[in-house]
Design a protein around this ligand. Structure first.
Ligand SMILES: Nc1ncnc2c1ncn2[C@@H]1O[C@H](COP(=O)(O)OP(=O)(O)OP(=O)(O)O)[C@@H](O)[C@H]1O
Ligand SMILES: [Mg+2]
Length: 286
C-alpha cells in the first residue's frame, strides 16, 4: 500500500545557495499511512513546523523527496490535489477566519473548488456536524470562543474532504475547555471517518492520545515509537526540555517512593487502575 505521506531523506534549509550547508531538516525519513494518528514532538526550533509545511507543499525540499499519495510535491501539476489531500490547521484560529458568518466561512474552500450549491451545502453541514458546531452556523465566528473558532477552522478544511489533517499546535492559544474540545474533535474525526491526523504539540497529554509519537531533535527524527515507549525515556525528554504526561509523572513519583505502579502509563484510567491495585496489594500485605 502506498503510504499517504512518504518522506525520503528530506533535507531543507531556508537560505538556498548558501555555501555552508546548515540543514534545518537533516535527512528525515518518515512514512505515514492512511488512518494513522501521529504526534510530532520536539524542542522549540527543532523543525516541526518546517516539516509540517512540507506535507502540503508550502515548502519544497532542498534535497530528498516528499510524496503525498505517491505524488511528488516538487511537481507543480500535483499542487492542487496535494493541497486538497492534506489540510493544514495553525495555532491562531483568528488568522484562519475569512468570513463573518460561520457557514460562509466553511463554504469558502468548496466554493473555490467550483462545486455546485447543493454539494457545497451538503459539505458545509456535514463538516459543521462533524466538529459539533452545526448549531452555530448562522453565528459570527468573531464572537465564538477560541476552541469554537478552531473547530470552525477545522470544518473549513474538512469541507475540502481531505485525507489528512496536519495541525500545528492547534490548542496552544486555547483555554483548557477549548483544548479538550479540539482534541476530542480531532480524535472523533480520526476514529469515525478514518481521517489521518498529524498533530504537532508541546502538550504531552495531547501527544499521549496518538498511536505513534515522532520525536525530532535538530531536524532529525530521533524516536518513532508508541507514546508508551517514548514517555518512559524520561532522561532523554528532560535533556530536550520536554515533559511527560501528568499521569506518567505521577507514576514516576510513586515508584520513587517505593509504590509499585508499572511504567508505560500514559492515560488516567490505566493510572487509576494501577494505583488502586497497588493500594490493595499494600493492604493485603499488612
Ligand atoms: N522563514 C524562516 N526563515 C529562516 N529561518 C527560519 C524560518 N522559519 C523558521 N526558521 C528557523 O528554522 C528552525 C526551525 O524552525 P521551526 O519553526 O520549524 O521549529 P519548530 O520546531 O516548529 O519550533 P516551535 O516549537 O518554536 O514552533 C529554527 O531555527 C527557525 O529559526
Ligand atoms: Mg512550530
Amino acid at each position: 500500500m502506498t503510504p499517504l505521506i512518504h518522506i525520503d531523506d528530506l533535507h531543507f534549509q531556508y537560505l538556498q545557495n548558501q555555501t555552508k550547508k546548515t540543514w534545518i531538516l537533516d535527512g528525515i525519513n518518515l512514512d505515514v499511512n492512511e488512518g494513522e494518528f501521529i504526534a510530532i514532538l520536539g524542542p522549540n526550533g527543532c523543525g516541526k513546523s518546517t516539516l509540517a509545511k512540507h506535507f502540503n507543499a508550502l515548502l519544497l525540499p532542498s534535497d530528498g523527496k516528499v510524496l503525498i499519495n505517491g505524488m511528488d510535491t516538487q511537481n507543480r501539476k500535483n499542487l492542487l490535489t496535494i493541497r486538497q489531500t492534506i489540510g493544514m490547521i495553525f495555532q491562531n484560529p483568528d488568522n484562519q477566519i475569512i468570513s463573518t458568518i460561520v457557514e460562509e466561512d466553511v463554504a469558502f474552500a468548496p466554493e473555490n473548488l467550483g462545486l455546485d450549491q447543493t454539494e457545497i451545502r451538503r459539505r458545509v453541514d456535514e463538516a459543521l456536524e462533524a466538529v459539533g458546531m452545526i448549531e452555530y452556523r448562522h453565528h459570527t465566528p468573531f464572537k465564538l470562543s477560541g476552541g469554537q473558532k478552531q473547530r470552525v477552522a477545522i470544518a473549513g478544511i474538512l469541507a475540502m474532504r481531505p485525507k489528512c489533517l496536519v495541525l500545528d499546535e492547534p490548542t496552544s492559544m486555547l483555554d483548557p475547555k477549548g483544548r479538550a474540545d479540539v482534541i476530542r474533535t480531532i480524535k472523533h474525526l480520526n476514529r469515525q471517518f478514518g481521517i489521518t491526523v498529524v498533530l504537532i504539540t508541546h502538550n504531552m497529554d495531547e501527544a499521549a492520545q496518538a498511536k505513534r509519537v515522532i520525536l525530532l531533535e535538530q531536524g532529525k527524527v530521533i524516536r518513532d515509537n508508541p507514546p508508551q515507549e517514548v514517555f518512559t525515556e524520561i532522561s532523554l525528554l528532560e535533556k530536550l526540555h520536554l515533559s511527560v504526561p501528568q499521569v506518567t509523572e505521577l507514576c514516576v513519583k510513586l515508584r520513587n517512593r517505593g509504590i509499585s505502579v508499572p511504567d508505560q502509563i500514559i492515560d488516567v484510567e490505566a493510572c487509576t487502575r494501577s494505583i488502586i491495585a497497588a493500594l490493595e496489594e499494600e493492604n493485603a500485605r499488612r
